[in-house]
Design a protein around this ligand. Structure first.
Ligand code: AMP
Length: 210
């Protein structure tokens, strides 16, 4: 199964991607996670990426295109965080054609702005394994400690209020064209991202017959 997950920052893409990979035993390709790994390494590229990410801006298309192509595999995947604009959608289409990959479904997880602000400002992530928590809806058993690996939980730099606002603006500007592009391809599916994570997961898996 090859799934493209789309939604605003904070729509729950990362959480659903992790759960879908667990259920379907396929690879999770999260562009944000891959980029953050590069930033952590402190390479020249990492420093350049951080400049965009800390401001809530998209990393240039030509940079992320290379990252994606190098990470796709034809067996099965959940793609989380790519594409995010029309140019990326067309690039992905080209990569699929070139590598003979047929995706199965594009899932749009839709949410409103207030839900996004609430989720992102209270989101915490494990510095070590990347597991995602929410201080109210999905708290860890021990404050500040990851349930899965005992790593430290931190707030992402781009989950600070000013950056959340910028990320939402970028999403609003780019998303319509991406949605229009995929709606024409007849593998388009939508789920309500304001529900809790179990309900969203159930809605997705039911609709894709898994
Ligand atoms: P995410 O973890 O998906 O919220 O992504 C965090 C940040 O990584 C974004 O705010 C962007 O700066 C960058 N990023 C992630 N995916 C993309 C993409 N498809 N194109 C450009 N930049 C991206």
């Amino acid at each position: 199964m090859k799934i493209i997950l789309f939604g605003a920052p904070g729509s729950g893409k990362g959480t659903q991607a992790a759960d879908l990979c667990g259920r379907l035993k396929i690879a999770k390709i999260s562009l944000g996670d891959i980029l953050r790994e590069e930033v952590k390494k402190g390479t020249g590229l990492g420093k350049e990426l951080k400049g965009y990410m800390d401001k809530g801006l998209l990393v240039p298309d030509e940079v992320v295109a290379k990252v994606i192509e190098g990470n796709l595999n034809s067996k099965g995947f959940v793609l989380d965080g790519y594409p995010r604009n029309l140019n990326q959608a067309k690039t992905l289409d080209g990569i699929f054609k070139k590598n003979n990959i047929n995706y199965d479904v594009f899932v749009n997880i839709y949410v409103d702005e207030q839900t996004i602000i609430n989720r992102l400002s209270k989101r915490r992530v494990c510095k070590q394994c990347g597991a995602i928590y929410h201080l109210v809806n999905m708290p860890p058993q021990k404050e500040g400690i990851c349930d899965k690996c005992a790593g430290a939980l931190i707030q992402r730099d781009d989950d600070k209020p000013e950056v959340i606002k910028k990320r939402w603006e970028v999403f609003q500007k780019e998303s319509k064209q991406v949605l229009d592009f995929y709606k024409t391809q007849k593998k388009f599916l939508e789920v309500d991202g304001c529900e809790n994570k179990e309900k969203i997961f159930e809605a997705i898996t039911k609709k894709i017959g898994q």
